[in-house]
Design a protein around this ligand. Sequence first.
Ligand SMILES: [Zn+2]
Length: 307
Amino acid sequence: MSEKKTSFTLQIKKELAGQSTAEACCLQSECAGMLLFARRFEAEGMEFCSESEAAAQRLLSLLRRCFGIKTEEKTVNAGRHVLHTVGLQGGESQSVYTALGYEPGQVSLRVLMSLFQCERCAASFLRGAFLACGAAAEPEKGSRVEFVTRRSGLARDLMYLLESETGMAARLSTRAGKQVVYIKNGQQAEELLALMGAGVSSMELMGGKILRGVRNEANRIYNCDSANTKKVVGAATRHREAILSIKKTKGLAWLTPELRELAVLRLENPELSLTQLGQLTDPPMTKSGVAHRLARLVEIADSVKGL
Ligand SMILES: [Zn+2]
């Protein structure tokens, strides 16, 4: 998956940003998730940056509700896409940093367990983290939800949180010097989206998985069918050539009545299978009976050619 955000990612973020959260502890946990996984999180300054306008607006609302901070979003044109940024400096940045439980000058940034006060705080934190650094593959491409951060301590803590809160075994890889925590298991990816509050997107992911299954099955049946069709057409062509060669050299009247009947039917009905041809003879014949007589016609044609 490239760094460019998929439209499904933006859709999930919009859905998450529309969640209504009432508890003060959960609001703070979500805000912490958004800021910790933002582009910059230091006592001296913070910067959140996202292609999702809904995510940036969500952060503005959380900062106002949790810390009484009123600030604005800035829009930056970055090549082909627009980035929405929210920045905090000076006193504001310092007060948020300490309010979330961090001490100025902290070198290794970790997820503080003191953030989690009620049983829904962890889900709120994960929602915030996804809004800041999450991405998901388009549902028709596969099930993959990931979090990308430059800080290895945060990546490890996130994996621990996913494991302890949801029992999900997330994996870790690196991409362009960044840590990528990801979930590839379809069911777990759906559960994670639902847990964070993106129920509709979770259903879409499930729908994509079913659609992929249906498409694979349809392809399998189609390939199988066309292989059979080729076999039938190939055999019919061989029989037809044999019968035509007899007709040209000896004439069909030269054949026994049984063989002549089938030879005529085969010439007149090139599209029919052996079973279907057998239903046209009088009396009707089995598929193997038809195959036997056609093989006999091919033998006769070969011997006539050899004369
Ligand atoms: Zn809570």
